[in-house]
Write a protein that binds this ligand. Structure first.
Ligand code: ZN
Length: 194
């Protein structure tokens, strides 16, 4: 915690002054992000660094396993954030980003690891179909595609995608190398985009 407090002070004194104008403008004019990203809560992921994005550019939803519960399944922070972003903000693309070494995907592969955690078990039921006999990477990729399917159950998402106003992307972040793979839906294969 001490490190965090020192960080806050350093940000305030040294870094914030270099961003003051930008942040004042964003606060005055409101946010206009064009990208909505759904990523895992994993502490090793820094989406801003990875995509070299600054304040106001990414609207981010993070949770264990980068999961999107299907439409109408239950009101949740994830579904509310997606609905808000797509209806109110000028979102043009949605990215669902899984990552290598994901603990949630490990739990999907080996559910006995989370049997004492009913909330985690309940949440990961939205990823259960990604379970496969293959590797952790295979499950991670399958989960991203499953969550894209769930995303398309949202009427506001489906409508805009069908109208050509919204792009939907599935990514896997290679945490060890900084590479990113994207699923090419037309070709039905994963491609490196870095
Ligand atoms: Zn994860």
């Amino acid at each position: 915690m001490q490190k965090l407090l020192e960080g806050i002070r350093r940000y305030h004194d040294e870094i914030f002054p270099t961003k003051r104008e930008q942040l004042e403008r964003l606060m005055r004019e409101g946010q206009k992000p064009e990208i909505l990203a759904v990523a895992c809560s994993d502490s090793r992921i820094k989406l801003g660094d990875l995509t070299q994005s600054g304040p106001g550019e990414l609207f981010v939803v993070r949770n264990a396993g980068n999961i999107v519960p299907p439409w109408g399944e239950m009101p949740s922070g994830v579904s509310a954030s997606i609905e808000y972003a797509v209806n109110v903000l000028p979102i043009r693309d949605i990215i669902v980003a899984g990552h290598t070494g994901c603990g949630a995907m490990h739990a999907v592969l080996e559910p006995q690891a989370i049997r004492e955690m009913p909330q985690v078990m309940g949440w990961l039921k939205f990823a259960r179909e990604a379970h496969c006999t293959g590797s952790l990477m295979e499950t991670t990729r399958k989960n991203v595609l499953l969550q894209l399917q769930h995303l398309r159950t949202y009427p506001c998402v489906k409508e805009r995608e069908d109208a050509g106003k919204l792009g939907i992307h599935g990514w896997v972040l290679m945490m060890e190398t900084g590479d990113v793979d994207e699923y090419n839906e037309a070709e039905q294969r994963w491609e490196r985009i870095t």
